[in-house]
Design a binder for this molecule. Structure first.
Ligand SMILES: Cc1cc2nc3c(=O)[nH]c(=O)nc-3n(C[C@H](O)[C@H](O)[C@H](O)COP(=O)(O)OP(=O)(O)OC[C@H]3O[C@@H](n4cnc5c(N)ncnc54)[C@H](O)[C@@H]3O)c2cc1C
Length: 482
C-alpha cells in the first residue's frame, strides 16, 4: 500500500502539521523485546501474529477511518481466535509494558483500535454465533460485525438492536451504547445486552450480567472498553422481518425547509420511526432522508406521508422491504481516506441548521457530507440516565456527523481543515456532551463530557478492574492511582 508514502508526500508538500507516526521513528517499544519471547507468544496463540515485516502487516493495520491521525504502526498485531489468545496477549502486554489497543470492527473514529509501537489485540476472528429462537436471544463472539449478526438472526424473523452501519463491530458499538434504527422502539444496543464475557487486566475471564459482577455489567453498558476485553456478548432479540424503509432525496433548495420540518416531525413521530438526514453530493448537492419504520407495515405510508409532501422528493425508494436489506455487506464505498467528527446537540436550532448549510456550501470535495443521526426519542430516552453507564438519553437531541471521504491525498489538508472548522462552528450549538462512540476529542475533559453524571461511579469501577489503566485506548477513565 502506498498510503504512508502518500501521506508523507502530502505532509511535506503542504507543510501540514500531521504527525508522522511510528514507522518513521527510529526504534519501537517492541524492538526491545527478545525475538524468542515474541516467538513464544506466536506459538501460544491459535490465531495469527503479524509483525511489521510480514506481508499481511499493511492490510492488518488499516482501520475504517484511515487518515493521517489514525494511520499508526503497531509493533505486533495479534488476530485472536479464542478467549485464551486474548488472555495470552494481555499477559504479554503487561509483562513487556506495551501500549495495548483492542480491535473489534475497526470503526473507531479516532483510531483507538490501533497504536504506534504497541500490541493490537484484534478479536475480529472470533465470529461464533449461537441463536436461541425459543428464548429470543443470541450469543456472539466479540469479533462479529452488525450485518453478520443480523444475517444469523433474520431467518428466525428475529433481530438484534444494533447501529445503522452493517460493518460496525458489535463490541465497540455495545460497550459505548449503540444507537440505531430500532432504538426508539427497543432502546440502545447496550439496553439489550444480557450478558458478556470479558478478559480482565489480569488475564482472568469473567462474566458480567445482572447477577454476576453487576457493577461491571452496569459499566460496560456505555463505559466503553475501559474495563476489559469482551470475548462474547449475549443479546435479547425482537420479532421483526419487514420494515417500511428507504431514501427520500430532496433538492438542496428544499434542504432548509426540510431540515426544520424533519426536527418538528420527529418530535411527534412514533417510537417505531427513525430518520437520518444527510447533506451530501451525488453529482449535485442534495439532502437525503433515510427512513425506517418498524411498526405495522400498513401504517407506514400514512406515517411518512408528511415527509413526502412537505417538499417534493426527486427520488423516493421508501417501500416495504426486509429489515436485513439495510444490513448488507460492503457499506462505506470505495474511498481511500476518511475522517469524521461528531457533536451532540440537545436540540436542533434554526441557527444550527444555518451553520450546517453554510459549511456544506463551503465543502472542498465531493466526498464531504454533514448528517444528522439518531434523533433521540422513544424507548432509548425512557431508560433512566443512571440505569446504565450510557446516559445520553435526552428526547429531541441529535448527533451531527461531519464526514469527509476522499481519494486524492493532495486534498487531505483542505478537507480535514474543513471538517475541523465545521465542527468548531457547531460547538456553540452544543452543550458539549459527547457520545463515547462518536468521539472527536480525547483526554480527561472529554471523558467527563462523555460519561457526565455517571463518571464518578465509572471511576470507582475502573479503579477496581483496571487500576493500572492497561485499557486506555478508548474514551479513557484515568484510574485514581495512574
Ligand atoms: C461508518 C460508521 C457508522 C457508524 N454508525 C453507528 C451507528 O449507527 N450507531 C452507533 O451507535 N454508532 C455508530 N458508529 C460508531 C461505532 O459505534 C463506534 O465507532 C464503535 O466504537 C465501533 O466499534 P468497532 O468494534 O467497530 O470499532 P473498533 O475500532 O474495533 O473499536 C473501537 C473501540 O471499542 C473498544 N472495543 C472494541 N472491541 C472491543 C472488545 N472486544 N472489548 C473491549 N473493547 C472493545 C476499544 O476501546 C476500541 O478502541 C459508526 C461508526 C462508523 C465508522
Amino acid at each position: 500500500m502506498s498510503t504512508r508514502r502518500e501521506f508523507i508526500k502530502q505532509a511535506l508538500i503542504s507543510g501540514s502539521t500531521f504527525a508522522l507516526s511510528g514507522a518513521c521513528r527510529f526504534g519501537r517499544d517492541t524492538d526491545r523485546i527478545d525475538a524468542a519471547a515474541i516467538g513464544k507468544l506466536r506459538t501460544s496463540l491459535e490465531g495469527q501474529l503479524i509483525l511489521p515485516d510480514d506481508e499481511a502487516y499493511d492490510a492488518a493495520r488499516r482501520l475504517f477511518f484511515w487518515n493521517p491521525t489514525t494511520e499508526k504502526s503497531p509493533g505486533i498485531i495479534a488476530r485472536c481466535e479464542r478467549p485464551d489468545d486474548v488472555a495470552r496477549c494481555v499477559e504479554f502486554a503487561r509483562q513487556h509494558d506495551l501500549v495495548l489497543a483492542v480491535r473489534g470492527g475497526a470503526h473507531s473514529f479516532l483510531g483507538w483500535s490501533t497504536c504506534d509501537d504497541g500490541l493490537v489485540i484484534d478479536v475480529s476472528p472470533m465470529k461464533e454465533i449461537a441463536v436461541d429462537p425459543g428464548n429470543r436471544t443470541v450469543r456472539a463472539g466479540s469479533g462479529v460485525v452488525a450485518y453478520e449478526l443480523v444475517e444469523a438472526t433474520s431467518p428466525h424473523d428475529l433481530v438484534p438492536v444494533l447501529g445503522e452501519c452493517p460493518t460496525v463491530g458489535i463490541s465497540g458499538l455495545t460497550l459505548g451504547g449503540g444507537l440505531g434504527w430500532l432504538s426508539g422502539k427497543y432502546g440502545a444496543t447496550c439496553d439489550n445486552l444480557l450478558s458478556a464475557e470479558l478478559m480482565t487486566a489480569d488475564g482472568q475471564s469473567i462474566v458480567a450480567n445482572a447477577t454476576e459482577n453487576p457493577d461491571l455489567f452496569w459499566a460496560i453498558r456505555g463505559g466503553g472498553g475501559n474495563f476489559g476485553i469482551a470475548t462474547s456478548l449475549a443479546y435479547r432479540l425482537h420479532p421483526l422481518s419487514a420494515v417500511f424503509a428507504g431514501v427520500l432525496t430532496y433538492r438542496l433548495s428544499d434542504a432548509r425547509a426540510m431540515l426544520s420540518f424533519y426536527r418538528d416531525f420527529m418530535a411527534e413521530a412514533p417510537d417505531e420511526l427513525q430518520a437520518v438526514a444527510s447533506l451530501q453530493r451525488d453529482g449535485d448537492p442534495l439532502l437525503n432522508l433515510v427512513v425506517c419504520f418498524s411498526g405495522d407495515l400498513n401504517d407506514g405510508e400514512k406515517i411518512i406521508r408528511p415527509l413526502r409532501t412537505h417538499a417534493n422528493p426527486v427520488r423516493d425508494t421508501v417501500q416495504p422491504r426486509a429489515y436485513s436489506d439495510s444490513f448488507t455487506e460492503g457499506a462505506g464505498g470505495s474511498w481511500t481516506f476518511s475522517h469524521i467528527k461528531a457533536c451532540y446537540l440537545e436540540s436542533l436550532s434554526e441557527d444550527a441548521i444555518d451553520v450546517m448549510l453554510d459549511r456544506f456550501a463551503h465543502a472542498p470535495d465531493p466526498g464531504a457530507a454533514i448528517g444528522l443521526d439518531h434523533y433521540m426519542h422513544g424507548a432509548v430516552c425512557r431508560v433512566a440516565f443512571d440505569a446504565t453507564a450510557f446516559e445520553l438519553r435526552s428526547p429531541g437531541a441529535l448527533h451531527v456527523r461531519i464526514l469527509a471521504l476522499w481519494n486524492d491525498p493532495y486534498v487531505t489538508a483542505a478537507i480535514v481543515e474543513w471538517s475541523e472548522e465545521t465542527w468548531n462552528a457547531l460547538q456553540s450549538h452544543s452543550a458539549g456532551r459527547i457520545y463515547a462512540n462518536y468521539p472527536s476529542t480525547e483526554g480527561q475533559a472529554a471523558a467527563k463530557a462523555a460519561y457526565g453524571g455517571n463518571y464518578s461511579r465509572l471511576l470507582a469501577i475502573k479503579n477496581k478492574y483496571d487500576p493500572s489503566n492497561i485499557f486506555r485506548r478508548n474514551q479513557n477513565i484515568m484510574p485514581s492511582s495512574a
